[in-house]
Write a protein that binds this ligand. Structure first.
Ligand SMILES: Cc1cc2nc3c(=O)[nH]c(=O)nc-3n(C[C@H](O)[C@H](O)[C@H](O)COP(=O)(O)OP(=O)(O)OC[C@H]3O[C@@H](n4cnc5c(N)ncnc54)[C@H](O)[C@@H]3O)c2cc1C
Length: 412
């Protein structure tokens, strides 16, 4: 695909320091002036799905000067989307998965810059505490990766944990790895802000459910909406998260699993802010994780169990008694001051898991102009601003990081 020379004429860079370092993001991301867009050739791209993968891709493509339509069945930030939950974490502790840790580090800088650009409060600098009975290989690997990348961290002994966090009972957890730079992102708000920025930049947003339409000569010509109308473009990005197996059952039906997850928010005792942001970090251990109370919502607890299969269109977003019991038992053990506190809010979300928890970002084997982007596997949200740049480049057939391409390939 022809490179867009007009990009040299454009104005203020957007998050370039962070994005360029990425090697995952286009070097061509710019805030493009209206006249530059009007007078230069561009590709038409339709991005299907306004979640973390598709929303950011559409925004970056538009900022590159392309003619972009973002289509979502339920609209940006919708409560069925995996990205439509209230909060998501960004951290660099990634075991031995250096490429994701690098991407997360770049994404942190990009999120900060975008937060400033959007003028919406999206980030809470919470920090993150990983707990384990001992220094597991994964925790050690995280330490190594954080050290390699120069990301600050602290290692805490049982004694340290007790002194530092008296509001937590660390029994059974001998060690802690604290990443003070980790943050919580207001996820739904972020997706709304991204789509607003996209529209402001001249992108077209449509609320419609679509599926692939006519295929000619190994290329997709158009999409078909539920009401039978057609949307044509040069290139298509299907960033449909947990819906991808439904849209492409033969290709992705077994590659992406969609289990459900219950998320609970427990009220803090009156007058007690010890487990509220900024007094306590995000925490995780083997089968549970959560966040301190943010915006008065309550202390977030997520058991990493739940139904093995979930339909994102039709299943009720109602938590189960089994998962509530699990969450309460955990609280009673680890955060005893919350043992008898009521649930103040709850959410039901679904994952889109690949077997190895690597994303899937690759061309459709039978449609050369179709890129599939998904498989967030419980960790995709944070990468949005960086992965959006990566997906944009892939959609345009531009060169990207070969190691990352290999990691997220379809055939594995
Ligand atoms: C409980 C839970 C906790 C998580 N915690 C974290 C975390 O702390 N940090 C982190 O980084 N990640 C986390 N994740 C993972 C992260 O949320 C996902 O990886 C990410 O949000 C996936 O984004 P997506 O764009 O692929 O999918 P989605 O956000 O689901 O977006 C897909 C969009 O496609 C649209 N769509 C689907 N089909 C069609 C169609 N046919 N036509 C038009 N539109 C369509 C949908 O309406 C939807 O809006 C978590 C996930 C869960 C479930």
């Amino acid at each position: 695909m022809q490179r867009r020379t007009f990009l040299h004429t454009v104005s203020a860079p957007l998050g370039l320091a962070a994005l360029n370092q990425a090697g995952l993001a286009p070097t061509t991301v710019r805030s493009v002036s209206a006249s530059a867009i009007r007078t230069n050739p561009r590709s038409s791209v339709i991005v299907i799905g306004a979640g973390a993968f598709g929303g950011w891709t559409a925004l970056v493509l538009r900022e590159m000067g392309h003619d972009v339509t973002l289509v979502d069945a339920y609209g940006p930030g919708n409560s069925r989307a995996t990205s439509g939950d209230e909060t998501r974490q960004i951290r660099c502790g990634y075991g031995d998965r250096l490429l994701y840790a690098q991407s997360a580090l770049r994404a942190m800088a990009a999120w900060r810059e975008r937060e400033r650009q959007f003028g919406v409060a999206l980030l809470n600098p919470t920090g993150r505490l990983q707990l384990a009975p001992d220094w597991t290989p994964s925790l050690k690997a995280s330490q190594g990766t954080l050290a390699t990348l120069g990301v600050p961290f602290e290692t805490l002994s049982d004694d340290d944990l007790r002194k530092r966090f008296p509001q937590m009972n660390p029994d059974g957890m001998g060690v802690g790895l604290l990443e003070p730079g980790a943050m919580v992102i207001r996820a739904k708000q972020a997706m709304l802000a991204v789509s607003q920025a996209f529209v402001k930049a001249g992108g077209t947003l449509r609320v419609a459910r679509v599926k692939p339409g006519t295929v000619t000569g190994g290329r997709l010509v158009d999409l078909q909406t539920d009401d039978g109308s057609r949307l044509a473009a040069d290139a298509f990005v299907f960033a449909c998260g947990p819906w991808l197996p439904k849209l492409f059952p033969a290709l992705l039906g077994t590659r992406i699993q969609v289990p459900g997850r219950d998320v609970f928010y427990f009220g803090l005792p009156a007058g007690d802010q010890r487990l509220a942001f900024p007094h306590f970090p995000n925490f995780s251990e083997d089968r549970y994780y959560g966040f301190a109370s943010i915006d008065g919502r309550g202390f977030k607890v997520c058991p990493t169990t739940g139904p093995s299969s979930y339909d994102p269109d039709t299943d009720e977003r109602v938590v189960t008694a089994t998962e509530l019991r699990r969450a309460r038992a955990y609280l009673a053990q680890r955060f005893p001051s919350l043992a008898n506190q009521p649930v103040t809010e709850s959410r039901v979300c679904q994952l889109e898991n690949t077997v190895d928890e690597h994303f899937i970002i690759d061309r459709h084997p039978e449609m050369a102009n179709v890129l599939l982007a998904g498989g967030g596997s419980g960790h995709g949200f944070k990468h949005g601003p960086v992965i959006g740049g990566y997906i944009a480049k892939r959609a345009l057939g531009e060169q990207t990081d070969a190691d990352f391409d290999h990691m997220v390939r379809l055939a594995r």
